[in-house]
Design a protein around this ligand. Structure first.
Ligand code: LMR
Length: 336
């Protein structure tokens, strides 16, 4: 090694440190998530990277790590709190273990008659109030991103609610989802998203629930013989940051990032439905899974079996919160 390099390796402030010093001026945001790049969340994250780097003229660099490359579900939340990553977008069903169990209200079956009602909730005072619950955990909520409504899959036809009896079903870490599966006499099993494909393939679990985009991009349709288009529940995300990191950013940088997030959110929410429709079409074309569309009566039977979960969940997520969502639904013309 040349002497100059040796000296540079030992000393701070020599000529060789100049590029390093420049790089150090740059702010790095590691954005970790668990789904494929080719999903509503994966594409939203890439869009945010593009917009944020442009808006800050390269001052901020965003590194997106998809597919649980860095961390699995539970670990990523711990990593955010410790500051090992700065940004995540976990599903709303994964905040219970943090102590923010109110987020599980999003998991209640049939609570959102459509996306308009959902939007009234996420973009109104309820969405804000939920984000305020995260502050004491060292987390700041920036935006809500859509995925879509879930379908139920297994290796047997799931026509009536009773068909779920005894089925081992992978769920996210939400007690409301646990109650939902129990209401169907199924056996819920919490498992990290990255482990689901293998668990389905080896028969550790019989089935699962997810929007089509997640099912397709994780190839779950290759290991599930049947699925029913139940649309029984919603899956969406909260884009969150480490609060200390966020509050410590120069004000102008934070403003630029907020602008980029607003635009990325509009983009992510705009593409979500189409991403799910395309995934559904691709799964149907592959012929691996048989998809069942519910008749009106079949749907009514599932609704009847699952609505009691709302009452059961009152003590966990709060009666007032559930009722405030009913009110938003009523204001949009739906009676719950
Ligand atoms: C799941 O674990 O099923 C989903 O939350 C994955 C995701 O982030 O969409």
């Amino acid at each position: 090694m040349k002497l100059v390099n040796l000296l540079c390796a030992a000393a701070v402030g020599c000529l060789m440190t100049a590029p390093v010093a420049l790089a150090q001026d740059q702010i790095l945001i590691k954005f970790s998530h668990v789904v494929a790049p080719d999903t509503p969340k994966g594409k939203g994250a890439e869009k945010f990277k593009e917009l944020a780097e442009k808006a800050t003229a390269g001052k901020v660099k965003i590194e997106v790590y998809p597919n649980s490359q860095l961390y699995k579900d539970k670990e990523e939340l711990e990593a955010l709190q410790l500051g090992a990553v700065q940004m995540l977008a976990p599903s709303l069903a994964k905040f219970g273990p943090l102590g923010a169990k109110e987020f599980e209200v999003f998991d209640l079956p049939y609570i959102f008659p459509n996306k308009d009602v959902l939007r009234r909730v996420t973009e109104g005072p309820i969405g804000k109030q939920l984000f305020s619950k995260l502050e004491s955990k060292g987390i700041t909520g920036l935006a809500y991103w859509d995925n879509g409504f879930k379908i139920m899959s297994a290796n047997k036809p799931l026509i009536k609610p009773e068909d779920m009896k005894g089925q081992k079903m992978r769920i996210q870490s939400s007690k409301v989802l646990d109650a939902q599966m129990r209401a169907l006499s199924a056996l819920p099993q919490v498992m990290a998203f990255s482990e689901v494909y293998q668990a389905l393939q080896t028969g550790v679990v019989d089935g699962t629930e997810n929007p089509p985009s997640n099912m397709y991009t994780q190839k779950m349709h290759e290991v599930q013989k049947h699925a029913t288009l139940t649309d029984h529940g919603y899956l969406g995300y909260a884009v969150i940051v480490n609060k200390k990191f966020w509050d410590g950013l120069p004000a102008d940088v934070r403003t630029s990032l907020e602008g980029a997030m607003k635009e990325a959110t509009a983009y992510a929410n705009d593409i979500a439905q189409n991403e799910n429709d395309v995934s559904m079409a691709q799964m149907k074309a592959s012929g691996r899974t048989e998809f069942h569309e519910q008749t009106k009566d079949e749907r009514a039977a599932w609704v009847k079996a699952l609505m009691p979960v709302h009452k059961d969940a009152e003590s966990r997520v709060g009666k007032d919160l559930i009722e405030s969502i009913y009110k938003e639904a009523a204001a949009a013309g739906f009676k719950m």
